[in-house]
Design a protein around this ligand. Structure first.
Ligand code: PLP
Length: 370
């Protein structure tokens, strides 16, 4: 069946619908090529690269309406490394984790493994749903939330429920979901999802309270590996630098993307409005098909950036294989979820027209397979 041909007039202009990484717009790649002679292969301690880091930080500040007193940090290693940095440098004694999928679970696991911390409180919800965010009676000093659980397509608005620092993994949500950063102390994300870049870097928007926590733990006698030391991240970021060599292409691609988002939509509200149109199309399409259903039953929890759609009576792997053979790639479900499902990246770099073409292509494939 993989030799089934989707008519070219149905196909999207760009067939990349992965949820990690996002497609990278050709315009950003062109910008990277333009800057290559002066930026790639040059020192990250010199002006050309630092200017790119500075523009990235400024673009994020504008897009996310970063409150007065908050700082935009850039560090090496992606969200996975940032969890370890937070275990060393942000959790003082005990954290609570809202766990509703693979990624939120990994941070909880990292905190549980640290012998200098108390056992974290884990507040779990079934995949496809989200837990309530609740205070802990005898106290935690970090509330670990996830803006968008990429493995399941569930989003959760960050809220502050107690005095703990609110840490939000926004790797797939940032730049595509609304956020009020006054309710957040550390909003951190890798750049290969909403910001359509390559992997390897993390941006963290940190509040004055979080900066104070970082400084206090760094000054304590807790051992912190140099690579994960957030106080060093703060010092370097203030100079538009990183502790060790960053992925320079990632900086340029993300800078190009954040500036493109601002140029196209004005601000985050404009981007989010477009995300809503895309999500309405995708979920509306699924609901109108007898063989498809949005996996997330609560409409308010359905992600605006990652759509998960269960199929019935048709094999999702077979559909994804046919799509792949026709140049539409990475529509597979999250591997560990084990459902008969399509998972579709609707990140800001994916235009509505391509999602419309995608659903028309899936209709064609399902009709042909049936
Ligand atoms: C992709 C993803 C991560 C992991 O990001 P890396 O840059 O690969 O470490 C963490 N959290 C969420 C929510 C993600 O979507």
């Amino acid at each position: 069946m993989a030799d089934l041909t989707i008519p070219t007039d149905l196909l999207p202009a760009d067939g990349r619908f992965g949820c990690g990484p996002s497609r990278v717009p050709q315009a950003a790649v062109d910008e990277l090529v333009r800057l290559a002679p002066t930026v790639l292969g040059t020192s990250h301690r010199q002006a050309p690269v630092r200017a790119e880091v500075g523009r990235l930080r400024a673009g994020i500040r504008t897009l996310l309406k970063v409150p007065e007193g908050y700082e935009v940090l850039v560090t090496v290693g992606g969200a996975t490394a940032f969890w370890d940095a937070a275990v060393f440098g942000l959790i003082e004694r005990r954290s609570q984790h809202a766990v509703f999928g693979e990624f939120s679970g990994k941070f909880a696991t990292a905190a549980a493994a640290a012998p200098w911390l108390e056992e974290p409180v884990v507040h779990r919800a079934e995949p496809g749903t989200r837990p309530d965010i609740v205070p802990v009676p005898d106290g935690v000093d970090v509330q670990a939330l996830t803006h968008n659980e990429t493995s399941t397509g569930v989003m959760q608005e960050p809220v502050r429920v107690d005095d703990a620092l609110v840490l939000v993994d926004a790797t797939s949500g940032a730049g595509g979901l609304p956020v009020d950063l006054t309710a957040v102390d550390v909003y951190y994300f890798s750049l290969q999802k909403g910001f359509a870049a390559d992997g390897g870097l993390t941006v963290a928007v940190v509040s004055p309270r979080a900066l104070e926590r970082i400084a206090r733990i760094a000054a304590s006698d807790r051992y912190v590996p140099a690579f994960l030391d957030l106080a060093t991240v703060v010092d370097n970021s203030r100079k538009d630098q990183t502790y060790n060599t960053p992925a320079i292409a990632t900086v340029v691609l993300a800078r190009a993307q954040v500036e493109a988002m601002l140029a196209a939509h004005g601000d985050l509200d404009g981007v989010v409005a477009q995300q809503r149109r895309k999500a309405d199309h995708l979920y509306g399409w699924a609901q109108a098909r007898p063989w498809a259903t949005p996996f997330v039953t609560d409409p308010a929890a359905r992600s605006l950036v990652v759509a998960t759609v269960d199929l019935e009576g048709v094999d999702a792997n077979e559909v994804s294989d046919v799509l792949r053979a026709n140049g539409i790639v990475d529509t597979d479900a999250y591997r560990k979820l084990g459902r008969n499902q399509l998972r579709i990246g609707m990140f800001p770099a994916v235009p509505l027209a391509d999602l419309e073409a995608l659903t028309a292509s899936i209709d064609h494939v399902v009709a042909a397979l049936g």
